[in-house]
Design a protein around this ligand. Structure first.
Ligand SMILES: [Zn+2]
Length: 239
């Protein structure tokens, strides 16, 4: 079967199921309970969507400049017309993946903010958030070194299990030196660069802070099952 794990990182998977940020259930049914709009400015209308989880019944709020409901109405998003996650620029709570509390709060907030800026095409804001996210990552991991490249290299060596290509992406970001982070002299990055950095950082955060805990939980679960089998069938161990 194809790797479908990217679906876990989406908010809305299709017109009936999503990843609930409250009960953390994946592929749970949702309903679009209310739609409204307000005028963002003289030219633009912003739509507000309230979505309810059918499992925990909690409601989340989503903003978009597109009318994501099908023409005929209905309590769902129009997935035939839209890639819904891409159309929503602000959600409370933020997306399932980002909200994962195992990722340090500062990093989570910066990524969330930069994604919001990116969706609104605020490239300077997105660039500032991502620069700070990289800087905070290095601080958080207590990585030392005389310059940016060296610190990224040290981080790469520290996490050998993570695809080294991710760190190479960070190391090769144009105009990224640790000295420049607090200066005003840097240029904003363009949109494709920002998307690349954003996705790379999210993958790194996931592998650093989420995956090890998941692996440990699985290991403990298997241990528990093995223990139960041993206790129930103490004499059937020929195989
Ligand atoms: Zn729920």
């Amino acid at each position: 079967m194809d790797d479908q794990s990217f679906l876990d990182r989406k908010y809305f998977i299709d017109s009936s199921v999503y990843n609930c940020p409250f009960c953390n259930r994946r592929n749970v049914r949702y309903s679009l309970t209310s739609t409204n709009y307000f005028d963002w400015n003289n030219r633009r209308r912003c739509y507000v969507y309230l979505v309810q989880c059918t499992s925990c019944e909690k409601k989340s709020m989503h903003l978009s400049f597109s009318m994501l409901r099908p023409d005929a109405g209905g309590m769902w998003f129009d997935f035939e017309k839209y890639e819904v996650d891409n159309e929503i620029f602000y959600s409370v709570p933020t997306s399932f993946f980002i909200v994962d509390s195992r990722i340090p709060r500062t990093l989570r907030e910066l990524i969330t903010e930069s994604e919001g800026c990116l969706k609104m095409n605020y490239l300077t804001g997105a660039s500032a958030c991502m620069r700070k996210a990289i800087y905070e990552l290095l601080v958080n991991e207590k990585v030392e070194g005389p310059d940016y490249q060296t610190r990224i290299k040290t981080l790469k060596q520290k996490y050998e299990s993570i695809d080294p290509g991710y760190f190479d992406v960070l190391a090769h970001i144009q105009d990224m030196t640790s000295d420049k982070i607090h200066e005003q002299s840097w240029d904003k990055w363009d949109s494709p660069t920002l998307v690349l950095i954003n996705e790379t950082l999210k993958s790194i955060f996931y592998e650093m802070y989420v995956l090890p805990i998941k692996k440990k939980e699985r290991r403990l679960a298997i241990e528990k099952l093995r223990h139960a089998v041993k206790q129930e069938k103490p004499k059937e161990q020929e195989n």
